[in-house]
Design a protein around this ligand. Structure first.
Ligand SMILES: Cc1cc2nc3c(=O)[nH]c(=O)nc-3n(C[C@H](O)[C@H](O)[C@H](O)COP(=O)(O)OP(=O)(O)OC[C@H]3O[C@@H](n4cnc5c(N)ncnc54)[C@H](O)[C@@H]3O)c2cc1C
Length: 323
């Protein structure tokens, strides 16, 4: 094994190769990757909204509907009275935010402002922006609410919902406290918190398959945070899988990625098969795994079931791969 410690400035010619240069990939290599993906599919910043688990939402307070009844009613709507709205805005403005690191100077785009920045522009900015109630009638009151927080179904199984337009720099504890003021989310379990930070990543669902190989470029792998996984464990898992897949390629052996009942497999499915037009980096969370066969399982029992099933499946996968 020869280790060469220097900056890579181009896509490696020899294959297999794994590009795992992370959220701060240097500029020349980023330029080369841009040549591969097109500039519109390599991102430098990420803005994610929180995701809550479906079974922690209070369905007595929220309602399914699309604005003006157009299309399938895929959104869950959390209606707010005037009083609830202003209490929420006050809490949002008072909440502590993440302190920026030097390389993270904010360059917000108008279409993607943190929710607290928007709220700071005026007391009614949110009510005319992401919380606008137009085209929505609360079936319980028969009236248009003062404001509405919309939740979009995040996964096919309907296990997780994203708070639409809630990209934020609030610290996690404040997100939990403030967003639980939203009617229906009083006991919300957060599967992912919102974040905004400097992050280089590709629009993986357009380019990578579940083995993390670049489609049409056999032997060229991406791994780690540059694929849109987020966090130490996720990046290590992604790197491990890319390494195993590359080793199989060298040996000419068949490779099947782990199934989506495992955390590893669910992450691979997430980066390879999410809707590319809405792709955002993600940590691993229970909402990414295949739902349990028994839909009645809730809370801790549900998680224990998913964890046991995942461990069984990854052991089977490992044994089959080694056979
Ligand atoms: C301040 C901070 C705190 C964090 N805290 C946490 C935390 O508490 N928990 C958590 O789960 N995650 C945390 N993260 C996120 C975590 O660091 C990343 O998810 C993870 O490190 C990504 O792993 P990676 O291997 O993909 O990239 P990296 O760890 O960034 O590794 C990529 C490496 O490639 C190098 N590189 C870049 N360009 C080139 C090039 N052209 N040629 C050669 N080498 C290159 C980089 O210098 C770097 O050493 C934090 C991140 C930051 C910045």
């Amino acid at each position: 094994v020869e280790t060469v410690c220097r900056e890579a400035t181009d896509i490696p010619e020899h294959k297999p190769a794994i590009i795992a240069t992370g959220p701060l990939t240097t500029e020349q290599l980023a330029e080369a990757i841009r040549g591969l993906t097109g500039s519109e599919h390599l991102y430098y910043y990420d803005a994610t909204s929180p995701i809550v688990s479906a079974d922690s939402i209070d369905y007595d307070k929220v309602f399914f509907a699309s604005r003006y009844g157009k299309g399938a009613p895929d959104f869950l709507n959390c209606p707010m009275s005037e009083e609830e709205y202003f209490r929420f805005v006050d809490a949002l403005l008072a909440a502590p935010r993440v302190v920026l690191r030097e390389f993270e100077e904010p360059r917000f785009f108008e279409g993607c402002l943190p929710i607290e920045e928007m709220a700071a522009r005026g007391p009614l900015t949110l009510a005319h922006g992401p919380l606008k109630p137009v085209g929505l009638v609360d079936p319980r009151s028969g009236r248009r609410p003062f404001a509405v927080v919309q939740l979009r179904r995040e996964d096919v199984g309907g296990q997780a919902y994203e708070l639409v337009g809630f990209q934020t720099r609030l610290v996690w504890s404040a997100q939990r406290e403030v967003f639980r003021l939203i009617p229906g989310l009083e006991n919300a379990e957060f599967l992912r918190f919102g974040a905004m930070h400097r992050n280089t990543y590709i629009c993986s669902p357009r380019f990578l398959d579940r083995t993390q190989q670049f489609r049409g470029r056999p032997g060229l792998f991406f791994a780690g945070q540059i694929t849109g996984v987020e966090g130490y464990i996720e990046s290590a898992a992604s790197g491990l899988l890319a390494g195993v897949a590359a080793a199989h390629l060298i040996r000419g052996a068949g490779y099947v990625p782990p199934p989506p009942t495992t955390a590893h497999g669910a992450l691979m499915r997430y980066i390879a098969e999410s809707d590319p037009s809405r792709f955002q980096p993600s940590n691993i969370h229970f909402g990414l795994l295949d739902p349990p066969g028994d839909r009645r399982l809730r809370g801790r029992a549900r998680k224990e079931h998913l964890a046991r099933r995942a461990l069984d499946a990854i052991r089977r996968w490992r044994d089959e791969l080694a056979a």
